[in-house]
Write a protein of this length. Structure first.
Length: 278
């Protein structure tokens, strides 16, 4: 099943379309990240585990962000409100109660290492959340057309979408963070998204994209950390933590041993292509 085939996908895409319409004055500074970006990079393949997400994640390249119109004002006028339950800056919900996360890559932040809210002058400190794992999306992205899944919705926007290498870095950072934290926050879906990207992207191309990230001062440090974590999570062995999570995500749908072996093989190929040792 591909993304867009069920009602949850439709609601998530509708929320994204609404966000892009609302934030259109700043469209050139937006980069789609998260699950919807994963599926745009991999919707040409079908896997037994259906893609699914219920929200939208957008990173801001704040180097090009205009001082007006003010982001929070645009959102509130369009019916968005800060998600008080989440108690996180940058976490908004629309009138349908669908979450929208607005994020700033940490490398662009001028605030302290423990700060969560991005300091954006007239835009304030609560509209975007400073986030690890997104520096690479500033380098590995491409312009794609985003359209609604609903025939009666003619909206369509061209925007930057994080590429597969950047998304693997972001997902690996998220998995590592959750493995270090509470098991209640641990999700297997992110690991399966990494597998989906590995399966959907030629290893040679992924290697070229990672070399691009490693050679750029904006993304070099983060991508190196991400590749080290990726190696431990996916390429170290068949039963490495990331591969076990991939199998857990598809439990009852696919054979666990075959899935773990496939994930390990793809990860090992990428690591070998980059000249790294598992």
């Amino acid at each position: 099943m591909v993304f867009g085939a069920n009602s949850t996908d439709v609601v998530a895409r509708r929320a994204l379309m609404g966000a892009l319409e609302t934030l259109q004055p700043h469209l050139d500074s937006l980069i789609l990240v998260g699950a919807q970006a994963v599926y745009l990079n991999s919707n040409h393949i079908e896997l037994p585990l259906a893609p699914a997400t219920s929200d939208a994640d957008i990173a801001f390249d704040t180097r090009s962000l205009e001082v007006s119109p003010e982001i929070g004002e645009l959102l509130r006028e369009a019916g968005y409100s800060p998600n008080e339950t989440a108690k996180n800056p940058g976490h908004w919900i629309n009138a349908e109660r669908v979450p929208l996360d607005l994020l700033q890559p940490r490398i662009l932040s001028n605030r302290g290492p423990k700060s969560r809210g991005a300091g954006l002058g007239p835009h304030g400190r609560e509209v975007l959340r400073i986030t690890d794992g997104l520096d690479s999306a500033l380098i590995d992205n491409s312009a794609l057309t985003i359209s609604s899944f609903e025939a009666e919705d003619p909206r369509s926007y061209e925007m930057k979408v994080a590429g597969p290498a950047a998304l693997i870095v972001a997902k690996t950072a998220k998995i590592g963070d959750r493995l270090m934290g509470s098991s209640e926050r641990l999700t297997s879906k992110d690991a399966h998204d990494v597998y989906r990207l590995l399966l959907a992207t030629q290893t040679e191309l992924l290697g070229q994209l990672f070399q691009k990230l490693l050679s750029n001062p904006i993304s070099a440090s983060e991508s190196q950390i991400g590749l080290t974590a990726f190696t431990q999570l996916f390429a170290k062995s068949q039963d490495a933590p990331g591969n076990r999570l991939v199998a857990e995500a598809a439990k009852g749908i696919e054979d666990a041993d075959l899935l773990m072996a496939s994930s390990w093989a793809l990860a090992s190929d990428l690591v070998e292509t980059l000249g790294l040792t598992a």
